[in-house]
Design a protein around this ligand. Structure first.
Ligand SMILES: Cc1ncc(COP(=O)(O)O)c(C=O)c1O
Length: 458
């Protein structure tokens, strides 16, 4: 395999975290605990600079759905680089890959009622795009007072200013305030911890819906542009709502003229065991934000999909207000579009939701068995495709989060024993490639078992 770097391993290890700041990490912490240097990936395995090879339980970052060896995507990227490595799609020009992909995406999302694409460079851009176009939609309609956004606590929508403002976790917000005015949050359908002390998922869904109705009445329906939610909350710790939840949110939005933005950055393209998260719950959103697995993580790319209702209003506007003053240099990047075309074809050919559902059930049941064995596990969440989490506690009765070294020790021991797992606060989150096999899931479960055993000793 050709080597792409110019320096040897010692140089790379010595410079690790010295000249770069890592996202979602304290710079000093990265320097005192240098991150694992991953140098190779094949199938669902990654190998580090010391030659240690493990199953990647994280799937890159919820994005390498087809694994690290997807040749058709690599070939499409390489061919596109040879033919046309870049051309803009700002007004007046386009490129052939971007056009073809828009047709394919419209076919793919037809059952979700989504018919137009706006291209972006990633998930945060997709969220920003949907928020901005939602406001513009109401302005075109002559309802310019609808500017506010409502979202879920525990929700994750990236770290752009708009995304952070609708984000539902203080750790992505506090140090960056003041954020966008006009953003409000309601409780998440999180049965393990919620202000209602309600553990029944269906009843909790009702209570969250009532909180949304209450917030809408308090703000005034005609001040609200959109409600944004993930069909299954991901980075907030994998929180699958009750099946009634998203349909209820859709109904409430409809009743009050509020647009529904589905943040499908993780859930689109099969992760939940359905082709999209919205389809998983039988809901048709007004916008769906996608990115990540659209190119299998091989190229930074995203697409916001829009419903016929949105499309009709913008396309028939005669006032000029529908001119789009939004976009990115890399919107519709031909290499990203070519990667996405090949990725979509592979995703469909392999029928990945089928395996995601089966392996997701295997993983979830495995986690439930681990919960019987280890007091350290307070909650297990999943059962909807390959998004599964353990929430660690130091005391099951009080649900006190564990001391900081505990999840880190678990992660280190799991890695030593064959699997890369992700730790976020007290949560251990698993989101492997959707093409993972039964025995590879078993490898993750046994690595976690060993990790839990070591962490329980602390
Ligand atoms: C639901 C959701 N929305 C938005 C984002 C932000 O995407 P990106 O990191 O590509 O900007 C993420 C990233 O994990 C996500 O999970």
């Amino acid at each position: 395999m050709p080597e792409t770097r110019q320096q040897d391993d010692n140089f790379i290890k010595e410079k690790n975290a010295r000249h770069l700041w890592h996202p979602m990490a304290h710079p000093a912490d990265s320097q005192s605990h240098p991150p694992t240097i991953v140098t190779r990936g094949e199938g669902v395995f990654i190998t580090d600079i010391d030659g240690h090879r493990v199953v990647d339980g994280v799937g890159g970052l919820w994005n390498v759905n087809l694994g690290f060896s997807c040749e058709p995507i690599k070939q499409a990227i390489s061919d596109q680089l040879d033919r046309l490595p870049y051309y803009s799609i700002f007004r007046g020009t386009t490129n052939d890959a971007a056009v073809e992909l828009s047709y394919e995406l419209a076919q793919f999302f037809e059952p979700d009622g989504l018919q137009r694409a706006f291209y972006t460079s990633g998930g945060g851009d997709s969220v920003e795009t949907a928020l901005r176009l939602a406001r513009q939609y109401h302005k075109i309609r002559g309802d310019a007072g609808r500017v506010k956004f409502i979202s879920l606590k525990k929700g994750y929508h990236g770290t752009h200013m708009g995304g952070a403002s609708v984000n539902g976790d203080a750790k992505f917000r506090t140090q960056y305030e003041p954020l966008l005015p006009g953003c409000y949050h309601i409780p998440a359908p999180y049965t393990y911890r919620n202000p209602f002390d309600e553990t029944d998922p269906a009843r909790l869904a009702q209570l969250c819906a009532a909180a949304l109705v209450d917030e809408i009445a308090f703000q005034g329906p005609n001040t609200i542009a959109a409600f944004i939610m993930e069909p299954v909350l991901g980075a907030g710790g994998v929180i699958p709502p009750h099946e009634s939840f998203m349909p209820m949110m859709r109904d409430i939005c409809d009743k009050h003229g509020i647009l529904l933005i589905a943040d499908e950055v993780i859930t689109a393209f099969g992760r939940t065991g359905s082709w999209s998260g919205s389809r998983h719950w039988g809901v048709k959103p007004d916008f769906a934000c996608t990115a990540k697995a659209i190119t299998n993580g091989y190229f930074p790319f995203g697409a916001v999909m829009m419903s016929e209702k949105i499309a009709q209003l913008f396309e028939h506007d005669e006032t000029g207000k529908a001119a789009i003053g939004h976009g990115y240099t890399y919107s519709g990047h031909p290499v990203g579009a070519a990667a996405a075309l090949a990725c979509l074809a592979e995703t469909k050919r392999l029928d990945v939701p089928l395996n995601a559902a089966k392996r997701g059930t295997q993983m979830y049941e495995g986690f439930l068995r681990l919960q019987e064995k280890y007091e350290l596990i307070g909650d297990v969440r999943g059962g909807h495709g390959l998004m599964t989490a353990l929430e660690l506690v130091s005391d099951r009765k009080t649900k006190t989060p564990p001391a900081k070294p505990v999840p880190l020790a678990l992660q280190a021991a799991a890695y030593e024993n064959g699997a890369m797992v992700r730790v976020s606060g007290p949560n251990v989150i698993l989101s492997p490639a959707l093409v993972i096999s039964e025995s590879e899931v078993e490898t993750i479960l046994s690595a976690l078992d060993k990790g839990l055993a070591e962490a329980s000793e602390l």
